[in-house]
Design a protein around this ligand. Sequence first.
Ligand code: ADP
Ligand code: MG
Ligand code: ZN
Length: 475
Amino acid sequence: MSKNFEVVIGLEVHVQLNTKTKIFCSCPTSFGDEPNVNTCPTCLGLPGALPVMNKEAVKKAVMLGKAINATVNKKSTFERKNYFYPDLPKGYQISQFVVPIVEGGELFVNVKDKEKRIGVTRAHLEEDAGKNMHESGYSKVDLNRAGTPLLEIVSEPDMRSSDEAVAYLKKLHSIVRYLKISDANMQEGSFRCDANVSIRPRGQEEFGTRVEIKNLNSFRHIKQAIEYEVERQIEAYEDDEYEKEVVQETRLFDVKSGETKSMRGKEESADYRYFPEPDLLTLEVPEEFFGVEIPELPDAKKQRYMDEFKLKEYDAGVLTSEPELAEFFEELVENGCEPVMANNWLAVELLGRLNKAGLHIENSPVKSDKLATLIIRIKEAVISGAGGKKVLDLLMEEDIEVDAAIEKLGLKQVSDESAIEKIIDEVLSANADKVEEYKNGKDKLFGFFVGQVMKASRGKANPQVANKLLKEKLK
Ligand code: ADP
Ligand code: MG
Ligand code: ZN
């Protein structure tokens, strides 16, 4: 990236709301069913069928509005956005254009240790289209998705690098998952992003021409697509080809080549001939929705983990990045684990093993009660830390209780003082010459004695107890 140019990015994110039924009819929103089974006259767009607003979708939009400090409009409007596409049998999409339900919010992102505010222009409700499925020689249309509720969240052009864009998306993704208003599964398309990208020479106030890259569905692709596009625009500028090569258009990111490719010229909103949806009333948010409770969100939770549990900022950030991880951690603490130790065994040991196995915390074979027992056994010095890692390996493989696993692996430590004392006496009398040297000032030998005691106990002596007793004996 060149230091002579500034990058400007604004993001549009489509979040599929996890209501049971569609936005304007009572068809189910389930994913992966036989094509076209979840349809009715309304979502098929048959003439005369009337839409009825889904109240749950409104509630979920309000929750997002509250979470990003936005204004929730008491009244908002629905308009028809007209365009032709085979997966849109009505010939128009019902969306909110003139007055959206949510306006003027904000998100905070942390990039390179600097906190930055990103404005959110608006969030509006709309219906999703169906899906075109292209097979060899012909195409088919599946309308199961037609009418699924979407919340489109539009940011201000406030981001200045691909890292900031990814940080914004991750934060928004995390908030949506904490609110549980969407499963936000990127592979299944429940959280998809269009990136608007432009450049301008540093110091120039006016924005450059923006290009919109459509339907990016992984954080990695978003970063790659933006970086490719920025390079392309800078090169065009430097080659004096900017006017010709950077035009307002929609581009697609090609995953294989890592390039963005022109898809179509960009429509202006006038092209859609928006007009008020005559079949729906003005949307009025029910009074009780304004008081809807939202859960503790990642930023607040992170701060609380730092204050209450004395966790480092980095650790608190990792634990609160996903609601399932934070819940798991809180269950460990509720089960009596010391927070710093709980963080280490969860974020380093368990997550490391899950990563290797290609698993996510929700599908962990080791649940929080089991990990808590393991952590407590280590704290009680029933087993050593190193022994704990071996036990965890076994718990990952086998459905076995912690104490049974300790037994099976023969890892129980000896903490009984008289037993350890006996071993120490044997070690010291077998090494009388070294004891003499130690007493004459060769302090370094202490480690040697500890080593011998551990060896004689075949690694099972509790090292703290062994240390303490040795010190007493050698005084
Ligand atoms: P459209 O539906 O035509 O794409 P929207 O208003 O929904 O228009 O979204 C426009 C998006 O583009 C917003 O996220 C906005 O921040 C962003 N944007 C506008 N101008 C620029 C620009 N010059 N460079 C980068 N992003 C921009
Ligand atoms: Mg757009
Ligand atoms: Zn329907």
